[in-house]
Design a protein. Structure first.
Length: 121
């Protein structure tokens, strides 16, 4: 008698098994909240179609506009003339050789130039 009583204290009462139909109905009725979280893809920038070679009009704009700019960098030329960065760097070196612009700071990753000022006498 003592054994049966201890067994009753430790084992939970048996629950009635659900039928397949009841299980399916429960699965269809209940949902798991809103579902999986959808992560945002972040901000997508538009690709710019920058020129890789100068046409005549853009080259003339380079020779006229860039020497008048106060701050001349490759990124400034890219924005202004819509050319790629390699072409902008090559243009900066060409303008420096011509004497149209003068170097302010030279670093391997960032070249900063300004307009050439006439020498004072």
């Amino acid at each position: 008698m003592g054994l049966d009583r201890k067994k009753e204290l430790f084992t939970p009462p048996k629950t009635q098994q659900k039928t397949k139909e009841q299980k399916m109905a429960a699965a269809m009725a209940g949902g798991k909240g809103k579902g999986k979280k959808k992560w945002s893809k972040g901000k997508v920038r538009e690709k710019t179609a920058n020129k890789v070679l100068y046409d005549q009009e853009t080259y003339e704009r380079l020779l006229v506009e860039v020497p008048k700019m106060k701050l001349i960098t490759a990124s400034a030329i890219v924005e202004r003339l819509k050319v790629n960065a390699a072409l902008a760097r090559a243009s900066i070196h060409e303008l420096e050789e011509n004497g149209s612009i003068s170097k302010v700071l030279g670093h391997h990753s960032q070249l900063i130039f300004t307009r050439a000022v006439a020498a004072e006498e």
